[in-house]
Design a protein around this ligand. Structure first.
Ligand code: FES
Ligand code: FE2
Length: 351
């Protein structure tokens, strides 16, 4: 399995990285992330060059170095071994680990997996997370799915599944007649669904009229390669403008762990929030966090993981028979292939 390597992937939410080293598996590479005493972050190969002990089982020293928990070698943020506590303290030249460029932005820790110079302007613009009032942002949450990340991107770029898999809460069968449009800007692909005069799904009724009346609904999801998706979705009164409605931007941030497992960070930011009494507001935000997590964990995840297991059965892979609603996912696949091919051709993809 090839991946786009010269790109930013989400390693974790900033809030989850403290002085305790954390391990992640990203593109099949074991990585340890930590903060030094001054709050600066670093990411290193998680294998100590001495005896391959995982460095995340060690600790961050006061000087900001990461100490291996096995025999106490210490490494700085560049991956150089800077202290050998044994004997005369000499340090073999080869005693160093790879370090990865990392950047904290939009309350996330991003990691650059390629060999090219990191392009900091390529971090997706998730400034809605920074600009929204904290009380309009859901829990910054994550889960791990036993499925290839492309299956999760397919799931999100084809939101026709919402009518069946998330029936009632996020969608309903009224939305199967949605007008679907696929557009592309650079390598970003957007799939727009316009669903006039539909029964209001529970989550959206909760954010808008709270009376169960029918609505016009939209969902515009944009994929930013390789793994970021922003879903601008909401409802408004029938025939009214979108500005008169209310909704969310759902953020879905996918990082391949292995060929068959994906780290999935998610959150949502309210758009055009209506004002409700404080106790209702508190309840809305709790329900918004809980309902979305429940939908992903109890509805999407079992289906996508089961789909992954099916792909491994029988004689060889079957080509999917596509529908009109798959236009966005097909484009995504082409773009991924092109990007991977151009990295391989230029010889810069090797880890
Ligand atoms: S394995 Fe790390 S110091 Fe020995
Ligand atoms: Fe879903």
């Amino acid at each position: 399995m090839a991946y786009i390597r010269n790109a930013w992937y989400v390693a974790m939410w900033s809030q989850d990285l403290n002085s305790q080293p954390q391990n992640r598996l990203i593109l099949n590479e074991p990585i340890v992330l930590f903060r030094d005493g001054r709050g600066n972050i670093a990411a290193l190969d998680d294998r100590c060059p001495h005896r391959q002990a995982p460095l995340h089982l060690g600790k961050v020293c006061e000087s900001g170095t990461l100490q291996c928990g096995y025999h106490g070698l210490e490494f700085d943020k560049s991956g150089a071994c800077v202290r050998n506590p044994h004997g005369n303290g000499s340090i073999p030249k080869a005693m160093r680990v790879k370090s990865y460029p990392v950047k904290e932005m939009h309350s996330l820790v991003w990691i650059w997996m390629g060999e090219r110079e990191p392009d900091y302007s390529a971090i997706p613009d998730l400034s809605m997370l920074d600009n929204a009032l904290p009380e309009h942002v859901t829990r910054r949450d994550f889960l791990s799915m036993n499925a290839n990340y492309e299956l999760v991107v397919n799931n999100l770029l084809d939101l026709s599944h919402v009518a069946f898999l998330h029936k009632g809460v996020l969608g309903n069968e009224d939305s199967t007649g949605a007008q679907v449009k696929v557009t592309q800007e650079g390598d970003n692909v957007t799939v727009s669904r316009w669903m006039p005069g539909v029964a209001a799904p529970r989550l959206f009724d909760m954010l808008f009229q709270r009376d169960g009346r029918d609505v016009d609904m939209w969902a515009e999801i944009t994929w930013i390669p390789p793994g970021s998706l922003l879903n601008d979705t909401g409802v408004t009164g029938i025939g009214a403008s979108r500005e008169a409605g209310s909704g969310i931007i759902g953020l879905h941030l996918l990082t391949p762990e292995t060929e068959q497992s994906t780290l999935y960070h998610f959150a949502a930011v309210r758009t055009n929030p209506r004002s409700f009494p404080p106790d209702i507001e508190t309840q809305i935000m709790r329900d918004l966090s809980d309902l979305r997590r429940k939908a992903f964990v109890e509805e999407d995840m079992p289906m996508i993981e089961a789909q992954q297991r099916m792909l491994g059965l029988g004689n060889g892979e079957r080509e999917p028979v596509l529908l009109e609603v798959d236009g966005g996912a097909a484009r995504m696949r082409r773009i991924l292939q092109q990007r991977i091919k151009s990295e391989t051709a230029s010889g810069i993809s090797a880890p």
